[in-house]
Design a protein around this ligand. Sequence first.
Ligand SMILES: C[S@@+](CC[C@H](N)C(=O)[O-])C[C@H]1O[C@@H](n2cnc3c(N)ncnc32)[C@H](O)[C@@H]1O
Length: 302
Amino acid sequence: MTKDTSQDQSNPLHEPVLLGEVLHYLSPQKGESYLDLTAGYGGHASAILESTQTPSEMVLVDRDENAIGELTKKFGRFGKDVNIRREDFLSASTQLLGEQHKFDMILADLGVSSPHLNVADRGFSLQHDGPLDMRMDQSQELSAETIVNTYTEAELSDILWKYGEEPKSRQIARLIRHGGPFTSTTQLAAVVSKAWPGHSRVHPATRTFQALRIAVNDELHMLEHSLPLWLELLTPGGRVAVISFHSLEDGLVKKVFSENAGDRYDSDLRLLTRRPVTASATELATNPRARSAKLRAAAKLK
Ligand SMILES: C[S@@+](CC[C@H](N)C(=O)[O-])C[C@H]1O[C@@H](n2cnc3c(N)ncnc32)[C@H](O)[C@@H]1O
């Protein structure tokens, strides 16, 4: 019999980051409802389910087809008690709000999963040679290849500056525009590296890849418009936690949380974390993906 590795907890496809911290801040209680907006491979969701036992409602959202396949394998046996939705979190949040749902706990663990980075065909990694894809939702039309080969130099430079904070955005945009057409990740990484000759601690194309990924998946726009909806989707006393992986995301979370918390008469949020929580040395030793993870959490007052 072949072994089902998706169920093998000693070898998970994706190791959930800051799991202990998420459980601490979401503080799940028996019977409470849970909305996971980036359910991925279900690591956080499994731990929450274990604590809530029979949640009054559990909704798991992800835009990636492979993640949905794994979530269905893992949680399908719960039938209607666990609602698995293949959708981006902005549409899912809008719909849930329209249907008057409320949740005691909401989690968004942003960004990409380990399979996105480890499977060369997904085109997210500059370490593996793969097609220039980078789509989280495989049914979407826009891919990194389209951006790299068809956007103007000015548009490329703008993306690299805004989403990658790349100091050499103009030079790299020029190299890309004149160095293509590009079909693979390593081909692009090699051309971008020309802008940064000599030794550097991180791969010189890291910021370019981050910028393209954010643009392909419209990540910041979705987060910015979803955050206020997540606060609306909380029950009084409900908790929300967001894990981000770069300063642009963390800045948006910080802004929306602090705008809604504070001493004003109409504040309806209490910050549970004054500063972002980061991974312990023990976690970092076993899960390098946790290196840039930052967790912020808040509770709804009324
Ligand atoms: C870091 S992983 C989440 C891992 C998950 N917490 C676990 O324990 O397995 C992020 C997931 O969010 C999904 N994702 C990212 N942005 C999304 C969006 N806007 N809408 C829906 N899913 C999204 C990705 O496809 C990926 O599976």
